[in-house]
Design a protein around this ligand. Structure first.
Ligand code: PA5
Length: 498
């Protein structure tokens, strides 16, 4: 079982008992949360049923240790001949890679030398990582200016194998690679991560156009795939201990399901004594967010006080938005529902966003991501004030103390102004705790889908955007869509532009 102290969710500052009464109550009452017990148990049971039906593959990923071992072995064997690792993918096929890299590797990883010279920090033989997750021509051209493709491994990631952005970037790099190393040698620079059987990318694998290929399980959605080969391969090539990551995720999975054991077997309306849904951090997080949404807190700001965790906030932004933003509920009624996730980083955004959060509209709930320890300690040297020769108050403190004080100050200011906020506190940032955090947020999203009564695992809006792109670019089979689109565009002829 996971040590509860590794990750704690403190939601006290979402409770009216703590926030106090402002113009009106801005938070939730503890009693309100308590009366949700039946709903929470049924949300958990529904997620468990979907898992048992084989539909929630993300819940199986933490236990795929043998797969992680294989990936680690391939990375160890292969990385010697290369300098750079480029991930070509978008959305769920890119954001998790960035989140893992930012949270678990050195903040200036790509600037470090491959091998250590003297006492210098190095990449210990692992590869630099680039994730150009856009089709901005300047981004791709800029990357190609900066790296030597002869020393580069490219991991093309697409679950569908058809996403235009991913394929277009791949075609550009493929062409350059072939010119640089020749067609025969080019597959030595390509890894493909895609569906086991289907899609254009799998066909390329079958034709021998890749040095290695990995499978994305069908029952794992893009935004839930960071603990599958989608996220693990680049992590392994940059020296992250992916087994520990999975073990951490499994510890959180076990903690959440152990919390539900007595409750899950009970039926709605039965005696609730001994209930422990409130020990399940993923479920409590979803429940608090859902209740606050009903009270007009429609924006969920995730604000780590750590640059390392900023990528996690970005990854979560996709997870929460794409999973919960839906037109239809589970009964097919139009509801146009969904919280808006926003990312911020402390202390930087105290000087950009905090004013709005503390005094603006009462429409937000803040989720702080907090680490007790930082992986570096930096002392602020003593400096004399020129005018009176006294020591400046900052001297002798550490940056660690300063950022921690700022975090506490922002939390306090928000709470005093009646702004609900909660904190996911980690003991430290490492593979184990990041694995736990990722799994907790994924499971919370699945639970939130149940509470919002929508399907958290589809993305019809994203698919529509993809289809319209295919139509505009003349993909065969999309002729009808193209006609529709042209008709729509000609209806919108009259533009209002100044
Ligand atoms: O979460 C999702 O399903 C999406 O964000 C996808 O990850 C994204 O659209 C990329 O799709 P694919 O991996 O099929 O290229």
């Amino acid at each position: 079982m996971a040590d509860r102290d590794d990750i704690k969710l403190d939601y006290s500052n979402c409770l009216n008992e703590v926030l106090g009464k402002h113009d009106k109550e801005q938070g939730i009452f503890f009693e309100e949360l308590k009366t949700l017990e039946d709903k929470l148990v049924s949300a958990h049971n529904s997620v468990t049923e979907k898992k048992a039906g084989g539909n929630l593959g993300f819940m199986e990923l933490p236990y795929k240790i043998p797969d992680a071992k294989k990936i680690k072995e391939i990375a160890r064997r292969t990385c010697g001949g290369y300098e750079n690792f480029v991930v070509i993918g978008i959305g769920g096929s890119a954001l998790g890679n960035i989140a893992l890299q930012q949270s678990l590797n050195h903040p200036q990883w790509n600037l470090l030398g491959k091998k250590s010279t003297g006492n210098r920090v190095s990449r210990k033989g692992w590869l630099r990582l680039f994730v150009p997750d856009n089709v901005d021509p300047e981004l791709i051209a800029g990357l190609l200016d900066a790296i030597d493709l002869k020393k580069t491994l490219v991991n093309v990631i697409s679950k569908s194998g058809t996403t235009a952005e991913c394929l277009a970037n791949f075609f550009v790099i493929r062409d350059k690679l072939i010119k640089r190393v020749g067609f025969k040698k080019y597959p030595k620079h390509i890894i493909i991560t895609t569906d086991k059987e289907k899609g254009f990318l799998r066909e390329l694998v079958n034709k021998g156009e890749a040095i290695a290929s990995f499978e994305i399980p069908r029952n794992v959605g893009g935004r839930f795939s960071v603990l599958s080969p989608v996220g693990l391969v680049s992590a392994a090539f940059t020296g992250i201990d992916i087994e520990k990551l999975l073990t951490g995720a499994a510890r959180m999975a076990d903690r959440c399901s152990a919390a539900m054991e007595p409750a899950a077997s009970r039926t709605a309306g039965a005696d609730h004594s001994g209930a422990s849904s409130y020990n399940n951090p993923a479920l409590v997080y979803a429940a608090v967010q859902w209740l606050l949404y009903q009270k007009g807190k429609r924006i969920n700001v995730m604000m780590p006080y750590s640059n390392a965790l900023y990528g996690i906030a970005d990854w979560f932004r996709q997870l929460w938005a794409e999973s919960l933003g839906k037109k239809l509920n589970n009964s097919g009624e139009v509801v146009n529902i969904g919280p808006t996730p926003v990312k911020a980083v402390g202390a930087t955004d105290q000087h950009s966003q905090a004013q709005l959060y503390i005094e603006g509209p009462f429409d937000k709930v803040i989720t702080f991501l907090s680490s007790e320890k930082y992986r570096a300690s930096v002392k602020i040297p003593s400096v004399k004030i020129p005018t009176d020769g006294k020591k400046h108050y900052l001297g002798g403190h550490t940056l660690n103390e300063l950022i921690k004080s700022e975090e506490s100050a922002t939390r306090l200011a928000l709470t005093k102004q009646g702004r609900p906020n909660c904190t996911i506190a980690m003991k430290e940032i490492n593979e184990d705790t990041v694995g736990q955090l990722i799994y907790m947020l994924e499971l919370a999203t699945a639970y939130a889908g149940e509470l919002f009564n929508i399907n958290a695992f589809d993305q019809p809006g994203v698919e529509l955007g993809k289809q319209l792109t295919y139509a505009l670019l003349g993909r065969p089979g999309y002729e009808e869509k193209k006609k529709e689109l042209e008709e729509e565009m000609s209806r919108q002829k009259e533009r209002h532009v100044v």
